[in-house]
Ligand binder design. Structure first.
Ligand SMILES: Nc1ncnc2c1ncn2[C@@H]1O[C@H](COP(=O)(O)OP(=O)(O)O)[C@@H](O)[C@H]1O
Ligand SMILES: [Mg+2]
Length: 329
């Protein structure tokens, strides 16, 4: 038995749209449509896709907040919507766009509440709280009302709240959205440690490919409510033929740089943008440019997930190394 089992799951929403002055039209939105996957215990899986792909709807069904319209869902052997209360003790969830903390109370009080709700025994509560406080650097923040925390501090507080009861499965829906680099790194290191130490299964939704690179050996891409890719991140780059961008600042404006292995996609005064295959190293490219042009500064931009996915659809929908791309309209 896999810890998460999703079989032919669908979820539709009925929405009313204005159609003329008095008329309202009812239309169906298929947020999730024939979704299939399994996650094994202890895996850390990236769950990505463009806006509106159905990621949050999936997480809500897996936590039992939403009931599927069709199909079969099991988390730790239980049906999430039917056994929501029993399952609550075994799962943790963080929605980046929403806090589960009490806005007007100090962090500590929200944790105290979690302790009572989940009936966490004292020794375990103290051990888990200490670990979160140390690794997420919450020590100075415990007595601060949540509304006074920065987004990064609040997010760290939320992640701790989701882990105090030692859940077997942790769902994170955009936990790094809007965070500064330092907070992002802290959150990533913490999640890696929790996964390694406690064997917590993690399903991570994010727009930041670096989150996936650092944390997940497996990534699932969903689009239009279906899994369109399931495999390693490297395979995703290959499949999507994705490109990174080298941004160079020259001492003065120059005609577009000509260098093998890259092409200029934009020029703005002394700054030029060069696209090159994401799988290639930037080092030879930088060396070649530095040898022939007055290079002042440079940076490398990772491909945005949207671009990677857009390229997947731009292609011919191939089957490569057992990776199936399903064309949906
Ligand atoms: N409660 C709802 N009522 C109507 N439509 C919804 C509702 N929740 C989600 N949707 C629609 O379902 C689709 C998938 O949404 P969502 O799961 O939030 O996507 P994602 O998290 O991948 O951005 C979108 O088209 C969205 O507008
Ligand atoms: Mg979402």
């Amino acid at each position: 038995m896999s810890i998460i089992e999703v079989e032919d799951v669908a979820r539709t929403f009925t929405v009313r749209r204005r159609a003329g002055r008095f008329k309202r039209e009812r239309t169906e939105v298929r947020a999730v449509d024939g979704l299939n996957f399994r996650v094994e215990q202890g895996q850390m899986v990236g769950y990505i896709g463009p806006n509106g792909a159905g990621k949050s709807t999936t997480v809500k069904m897996l936590t039992g907040i939403l009931v599927p319209s069709a199909g079969r869902l099991r988390v730790a052997g239980a049906d999430p919507s039917k056994e929501r209360v029993r399952l609550a003790r075994r799962i943790g969830v963080v929605f980046g766009q929403r806090t589960t903390l009490w806005w007007d109370l100090p962090l500590r009080d929200s944790y105290e509440l979690a302790r009572r709700i989940y009936r966490i025994e004292d020794a375990r509560y103290r051990r888990n709280l200490d670990r979160c406080v140390e690794l997420l650097q919450l020590g100075q923040l415990l007595d601060v009302p949540v509304r006074q925390l920065s987004l990064g501090q609040r997010m760290r507080g939320d992640i701790a709240a989701a882990l105090l009861h030692d859940p077997e499965v942790l769902y994170l829906d955009e936990p790094t959205i809007g965070l500064d680099v330092v907070s992002k790194n802290r959150v990533r290191e913490f999640l890696a440690e929790v996964n390694a130490e406690s064997g917590t299964t993690v399903l991570l939704t994010t727009h930041d490919l670096t989150d996936i690179e650092r944390l997940c050996s497996r990534v699932m891409v969903i689009d239009h409510g279906r899994v369109v890719y399931d495999g390693g991140l490297e395979g995703l780059h290959d499949t999507g033929r994705s490109e990174r961008t080298l941004v160079v600042d020259l001492a003065a404006p120059e005609p577009p740089i000509e260098v093998p292995g890259a092409r200029v996609v934009r020029v703005d005064g002394p700054r030029q943008w060069l696209a090159f295959p994401a799988a290639d190293s930037a080092a030879p490219l930088v060396a070649a440019i530095a040898a022939r042009y007055p290079l002042v500064d440079l940076s490398v931009r990772e491909p945005a997930i949207e671009d990677v996915i857009a390229r997947m659809y731009g292609g011919e929908g191939t089957v490569e190394q057992g990776i199936e791309l399903v064309q949906t309209n």
